[in-house]
Design a protein around this ligand. Structure first.
Ligand code: NAP
Ligand code: GCO
Length: 288
């Protein structure tokens, strides 16, 4: 008789993680491969795709990657057709690819605003639309959207990103509403503040090695007083991609170290001596 842990396995499934050349996407892809899935990924840059394929191989996973900009419907269609020919139709889609531009709203150009909305919200629409018909034919599927603290909260300089992530929460609920009858579950992962290239600028130390003021702020807002690590999100991703979550739909599950439950403490009262010796984050800072 199958045990409970078998319901977390992904054997025989084809999983597509968008934007998995590094960061959280790579963590999700590695986790899916470890759970038995055939994993494919895309990113917008050939060099970073090739580098990532090597990293997957070094980790023991044979992961297929190709360049595909999630905002380009023709590229997405061609990527999906290529994957279907090579591996079969896609059972699991993680709409992970995302960018952020930290600019005061009144100083943000329309082009900058549109780029963030296109990657973070329209991209998930394009990719979900490309895989849902085959999921319906196959009897079901899983769609997981990369939501955020900014699906719930605002903050200075991230207007486009927050608007996109708030919209992505509602797109998650709408895909659930429209396609749940076909055994498609669409849920969101809502990470807190996680150490990746996207957040590297927020942790960058001063010339004198002093802690970044935003780093201090986030630690004062997090009960554990630390940033999350990409590995800590793997379990939730596998859960939402697996049969274990077949009756979970339209939910955004926050994995944030408690930020969304805590009013926070005065950053000035934080004892930073505890983590001054932490190795400085060496994530690449990718300029999109
Ligand atoms: P990241 O380090 O910046 O990685 C973003 C990934 O998306 C990269 O693989 C990047 O690859 C790819 N990408 C960017 N634009 C793309 C496009 N147009 N088409 C295809 N791929 C594209 O970000 P992250 O921190 O891992 O975050 C991943 C997702 O989780 C994002 O949606 C982010 O908003 C969300 N999130 C992150 C955090 C956090 O604290 N880190 C918290 C909550 C939510 P290329 O550069 O090679 O294209
Ligand atoms: C920022 C950060 C956040 C995180 C994440 C939090 O500038 O505030 O980049 O937006 O990336 O989305 O959940």
């Amino acid at each position: 008789m199958a045990g409970i842990l078998d319901s977390f396995r992904l054997d025989g499934k084809v999983a597509w993680v968008t934007g998995a050349s590094y960061g959280l996407g790579m963590a999700y892809a590695m986790a899916f491969a470890e759970a038995g899935a055939t994993v494919v990924f895309n990113s917008s840059n050939q060099e970073r795709v090739e580098k990532a394929v090597k990293e997957y191989k070094e980790a023991g996973f044979d992961v297929y990657g190709a360049v595909c900009d999630v905002t380009d419907e023709a590229q997405v269609r061609s990527f999906v057709e290529d994957v279907e020919e090579r591996f079969g139709s896609i059972d699991i889609l993680v709409n992970n690819a995302g960018i952020i531009k930290r600019i005061p709203m009144t100083e943000m150009s329309l082009e900058e605003w549109n780029r963030v909305i296109n990657v973070d919200l329209t991209g998930p629409f394009i990719c979900s639309k490309a895989v849902i018909p085959a999921m319906i034919k196959k009897g079901g599927g899983k769609i997981i959207n990369a939501c955020s603290m900014m699906s719930e909260f605002g903050r200075e300089t991230v207007s486009a990103y927050a608007a996109a992530k708030g919209g992505l929460k509602m797109l998650t609920r709408n895909i659930c509403s429209e396609y749940g009858q076909y055994n498609i579950q669409c849920n969101g992962i809502g990470p807190g503040y996680i150490a990746t290239p996207q957040t590297a600028p927020l942790r960058k130390r001063g010339e004198d090695g002093s802690i970044n003021p935003f780093d201090r702020f986030i630690r004062s807002k997090t009960p554990a007083q630390r940033w999350g690590h990409t590995d800590e999100l793997k379990g939730l991703a596998v859960f939402l991609a697996s049969p274990a979550s077949d009756f979970v739909n339209g939910q955004v599950i926050y994995i944030d170290g408690g930020i969304s439950a805590y009013i926070g403490q005065d950053p000035g009262n934080l004892d930073i001596s505890r983590f001054e010796s932490e190795k400085e984050d060496d994530s690449i800072i990718v300029n999109d």
